[in-house]
Write a protein of this length. Structure first.
Length: 606
């Protein structure tokens, strides 16, 4: 009985903490009245708290556990829109209106919520009118910010489940808990360190910590099943040097669990520290319905720290815009960020930005990466013109050579996007379907060639029987895609859009011969500063994306837009000068940050 009373008091204390955080202005008496007006509900994984379209009759506050919110799409399929962690409120509008539920809410794992129904709310407001005022403010604040970015809350309870032999799960948990300590209180436990009843101990640890890492057994034991049932997220730890087979513990606990499991699953592929590039990781990913995967060298503190940032939703994403040869500036910005101590965890981009992002995601040292890109672009990738331009002005063979040569030098051969060390995506345009495509897996070389295939200038690329072309047609600066990547908390963007438009000093476009003769003159005496056909096609292809520039910029936390008007889109030979310009600009922007901002970014010497 004493044990039950202690648990009840602990839950009541947690309720007081979360009520205070949501309604900071209520007095002590009102707080106690609110505590006495709610009902306690325990949910199991998969239990539905509310159904879209059902009558709204109560609001809920999460005390422990995790909820997932789904809305139905036009075709009736459920789409996950957000997750709710402890201390978050849902359904509060129903206390004022009779409108049906706008979403379905499901428990991801064992969850405790409190329920406040309309009748008790009405009585509570009659005794304490300030409750209605406080809740109204909460609703107004939510409505005003409903279009703001709302990252998934970090998991509190995480199970580390080994799915191959040879995994020192406890050692990884210990180091991961230490790395997570930078973002909150963290602990790790296994079956030998938890007394009975284990479920109550885990609930107590969850109440006391920001992160609880649970080391599961390598077999489907009661402890392993308990860990998974209590998890916000499950890390599947696999020795990537072993065959990519489904482990018996996966079959028993994840594929055919005794009860429904909604926790997110992340595949953590473990590699020897000597591995230059992971190869063949797609076979691991495709065999499992995982939320995502991470390639990890457990001996490297930097890789453990990256996993901690991803788990805690503090990962830094770098997004790079397209812009032809001007894209070399991305490497300069990257170098400056690295020199100043800003770690990059995820990277993505469009067109030339996609190529530079892939080079960064390979995670080689900066001098090596710079040298590889410099050597690869010693040939002019856009210099092989078609004599019979039925499909494109440029054959695209040199572009293919540059891409394949860079991948081979950095990664040791053809790789899949799943083989990259850092999280990666690139944007391409699906010509066959007329839509933007986010490429997160598949042959990296083919994906890059698709992303840079400027319509009319370069031939489209066939991917799974459909034609793909330059991603800049839809999204040349995909900061929104990076913002939605799982684990990303901060977005750094490098935009290559022109800062100002160039004004022409003539009224009519000259003829072809006039342009040709004008270009034979010294640059200072040239009159017709018109773009080449290829440069014109490149710019036209991104006009729609440029119109979205302001919105894309709002998606970034740190924004770079280097002045590159002196460099042409096709001036591949000016590698060093363009890289330097990106480096100088990045240091200027970062140097202008306040002391507080520099500290928030972890900049060295701040």
């Amino acid at each position: 009985m004493k044990k039950e009373n202690d648990e009840g008091e602990q839950r009541r204390d947690l309720l007081a903490v979360y009520l205070r955080s949501n309604f900071p202005d209520i007095d002590a008496e009102t707080l106690r009245d609110m505590q006495d007006s709610v009902q306690w509900i325990e949910l199991r994984a998969g239990d539905v708290l509310m159904e879209q379209g059902a009558p709204g009759d109560a609001a809920y506050l999460t005390i422990s556990g995790r909820l997932r919110v789904y809305v139905k799409t036009d075709d009736g399929a459920p789409r996950m829109v957000r997750e709710l962690g402890r201390g978050e409120i849902t359904g509060e509008i129903s206390l004022y209106t009779d409108a049906p539920r706008s979403a379905t809410v499901v428990a991801i794992r064992s969850t405790v919520v409190v329920r406040l129904d309309k009748a008790r709310f009405t009585a509570l407001v009659a005794r304490n009118p300030q409750v209605s005022i406080a809740l109204t403010r909460k609703i107004i604040d939510r409505l005003q910010t409903q279009n703001d970015r709302r990252p998934l809350p970090p998991p509190v309870t995480v199970t580390l489940l080994p799915i191959t032999g040879g995994v020192d799960t406890a050692a990884i948990a210990q180091r991961l808990a230490q790395a997570l300590g930078r973002f909150g209180s963290a602990c790790w436990v296994d079956a030998s360190t938890v007394s009975s009843p284990a479920a109550a101990v885990l609930e107590e640890l969850e109440a006391e910590h920001d992160f609880v890492l649970m080391v599961a057994d390598p077999a489907p034991t009661d402890w392993t099943r308990l860990c998974i049932s209590q998890s916000d997220e499950v890390l599947l730890l696999a020795d990537a040097t072993q065959p990519a087979a489904i482990h018996p513990v996966e079959t028993a606990c994840m594929v055919n669990p005794p009860q429904r499991n909604e926790a997110a699953e992340t595949l953590v592929l473990l590699h020897p520290v000597s591995t230059q590039s992971p190869l063949g990781m797609r076979q691991w990913v495709d065999r499992r319905p995982v939320t995502g995967h991470v390639n990890l060298r457990p001996e490297l503190d930097a890789d453990i720290a990256r996993l901690a940032r991803l788990l805690s939703r503090n990962a830094v994403g770098l997004v790079l815009a397209g812009g032809g040869a001007r894209g070399f500036a991305h490497l300069g910005v990257w170098k400056a960020l690295d020199d100043l101590g800003i770690e990059i965890d995820c990277v993505g981009g469009t067109s030339m930005g996609a190529v530079m992002a892939a080079a960064i995601a390979a995670d080689r040292d900066i001098p090596t990466t710079m040298d590889v890109i410099r050597q690869a672009f010693k040939i002019n990738p856009t210099g092989d013109y078609n004599l019979l331009p039925l499909i494109s002005l440029i054959k695209g063979r040199r572009v293919r050579t540059v891409v394949e040569r860079s991948i081979a030098a950095l990664m040791g051969g053809p790789v899949d996007i799943a083989d990259l060390w850092k999280g990666y995506f690139c944007i391409a345009s699906n010509y066959s379907q007329g839509c933007e495509m986010q490429l997160h897996k598949g042959d990296l070389g083919r994906a890059l060639r698709a992303s840079i295939a400027i319509p009319g200038a370069l031939p489209p690329v066939v991917v799974d029987g459909e034609l793909f072309c330059d991603g800049g047609t839809f999204n040349n600066f995909p900061a929104d895609v990076m913002r939605n990547m799982r684990g990303v908390g901060k977005v750094i963007g490098v935009d290559l859009s022109a800062r100002r438009a160039r004004t022409l000093n003539f009224d009519e476009m000259p003829g072809a011969w006039q342009v040709l003769f004008d270009r034979l003159k010294p640059r200072a005496k040239q009159r017709y500063r018109v773009p080449s056909l290829v440069a014109y096609l490149l710019n036209v292809s991104v006009l729609y994306s440029v119109s979205r520039q302001s919105e894309s910029r709002r998606q970034t936390d740190l924004y770079f837009n280097p002045e590159l008007f002196r460099f042409g889109f096709l001036q591949w030979a000016r590698f060093s000068a363009i890289v330097t310009q990106g480096d100088v600009h990045a240091r200027e922007v970062i140097g202008a940050l306040s002391h507080t901002e520099k500290q928030a970014w972890g900049i060295r010497g701040s």
